[in-house]
Unconditional design. Structure first.
Length: 284
């Protein structure tokens, strides 16, 4: 449930950020509420179509085809999660600036009102489609529907509430810190998904296990227990991991975590350079 909550919260928050920025920038423009609503509705419809398409593919496969599909969904989710973390680390501020510019252009009349629906609809559909993909990956790992539903509803409620708080200017927390914490949590989710994907490929006979089980901690913490299931979805805990699973887990941490570090350092250095340049200009 916690894994679902984190992912849904993160995606809903990002969609809510875009919607709230555009809404705040166009406050007072006649008719903007209808276009914003139309964009949100269109985005939800698009994400629902993606969900239906993914479910149809999953139900049509049997045998090793199901193993391939589950592994493909998991690895695609890992790639998307990694790309998402790295991209947001370098373009988060730029995205907010662009959304403000769209709102300003609509307000002054240089862009039509339907531009709001396009921007908001694209954001909601993109984030909704990513939720569908990620939840398919979590479901492939054995999480029950009831736990996913509870986590999803809590994530939607928390992300939506924070979006409203942003719109009304009530948020006092640092968004940079919020995204940094959730980014590292999602990194652990991605590593766990990669390990689960490797296990599916081993079960389908497409990858060698690289040896027997590395250890067996079922006596200490069973995967079927509440804590075990929670750690399994959050950080990829496995009571009896195969060596190939450990390789995929560590490789995911190193590759995505390294890219996050490189991009984060680059953004920080650019910010320091801009501040230094601004300071020297002010001093002159």
């Amino acid at each position: 449930m916690l894994a679902t909550l984190i992912i849904v919260f993160r995606e809903v928050l990002e969609a809510a950020l875009i919607v709230s920025i555009v809404a705040a920038a166009t406050k007072g423009v006649a008719g903007r509420g209808r276009w914003l609503g139309a964009g949100i509705l269109a985005g939800l419809v698009g994400a629902s179509l993606v969900a239906a398409f993914a479910s149809a593919i999953s139900n049509s496969l049997e045998g090793t085809g199901q193993e391939i599909f589950n592994a493909s969904v998991l690895f695609l989710a890992v790639i998307m999660l990694g790309w998402h973390n790295v991209w947001m680390g370098s373009h988060g501020r730029q995205l907010a600036t662009e959304m403000k510019e769209v709102g300003h252009d609509v307000t002054v009349g240089t862009k039509p009102l339907y531009a709001l629906a396009i921007v908001v609809g694209a954001a909601v559909m993109r984030e909704g489609s990513e939720v569908v993909l990620f939840l398919n990956g979590i479901a492939s790992g054995g999480v029950g529907n009831s736990a996913m539903l509870a986590g999803g509803l809590l994530g939607i409620a928390a992300g939506g509430a924070l979006g409203f708080a942003l719109y009304f200017g009530l948020l006092r927390l640092s968004l940079n810190m919020l995204f940094r914490v959730t980014g590292w949590m999602i990194l652990l989710l991605a590593a766990g998904m990669a390990a689960q994907g490797a296990k599916f490929l081993v079960q389908g006979g497409f990858l060698p296990p690289m040896g027997g089980f590395m250890w067996n901690t079922s006596w200490l913490l069973s995967e079927s227990s509440l804590i075990g299931q929670t750690l399994h979805t959050l950080v990829g805990y496995t009571a009896r991991p195969l060596p190939i699973q450990a390789i995929f887990y560590v490789a995911t941490l190193v590759v995505i975590g390294g890219l996050m570090k490189i991009v984060g350092d680059g953004v920080s250095n650019k910010a320091k350079a801009r501040n230094a340049a601004a300071g020297s200009v002010a001093g002159d």
